[in-house]
Design a protein around this ligand. Sequence first.
Ligand SMILES: [Fe+2]
Length: 306
Amino acid sequence: MQIVSIARPELEQALRAPERLREYCGKLEAGDILFFPETPISITSDALGFLLGHQQVGGAYHKNIAYRPLEDRITGFDAQNGPAAERLRGIMRRYSSDVVAFLREFLGPYQARWKVDYASYRPEEEQTRDLALRKRNDLLHTDAFPTRPTHGDRILRFFNNINPSRTRNWITTDTFDVLVNKMNEGKLDGGRVPLPSSLQPSSIKQTLAGLGFGRLAPSLKRSPYDEFMMRFHNYLKENSSFQENCPKQHWEFPPGSSWMVYTDMVSHAVLSGQFALEQTLIVSKDAMVRPEKSPYGVLSRMATAV
Ligand SMILES: [Fe+2]
């Protein structure tokens, strides 16, 4: 994987050339990070001033301040009501819709075959956070959602570093396809997560989930794909020898930049940085231009091979 830097003039050219946009989709799907040194999202200085001055996250439960576009609702912010909450909601609503509008153009080949998931504001310094191991951001992992199964659809994240002076610092290692093969061949210490024998959901689970049991036990709602992705996420975070010994690339995202990445494909960890905005899209697996590279494609081949 590599970083693909897209300066403003290149971006403007690409937006007029569908074949270039398709190439960028292919690079994303192969596990590259698309990096915009100058963010294509405009954030007013008023909005920035407000965000940088409001950094509290409510309670230990919330990792970030989240904005749910479909409900137009904020969670994780201490003040749920009043003018500050209203202002924050307005800023996040605008950020979310601006990112989605940009991606509708830039990721034109996908024809918006996605679900707009949450946006988030990440106001805490990442270097000094005290989170439970499975929630830690500073350990390398691929993303999986514990309560929102994707059934093979992709987790795409778009970020803005809004820190006025400091970079946001990531590390990455091999992409999902390489990691899962290494694990399967016993080349990652710490045992292995059993591969699913099929990616088809079991009918018993479907029936139980349909009867409402999925709300009580989220794993019942998980397809074999989601179950594997969740267990693989935990396996990577819990594997201290992998965390220590795997080859690492370091990335520094400067203030005012944006980057986007399939976080279910690219193993990532954030080491330090404060004040970032993010929007997640769940992109249909059927929209992929390189479906064979996707975790679903990789696991389908491995599942039929066991
Ligand atoms: Fe992550």
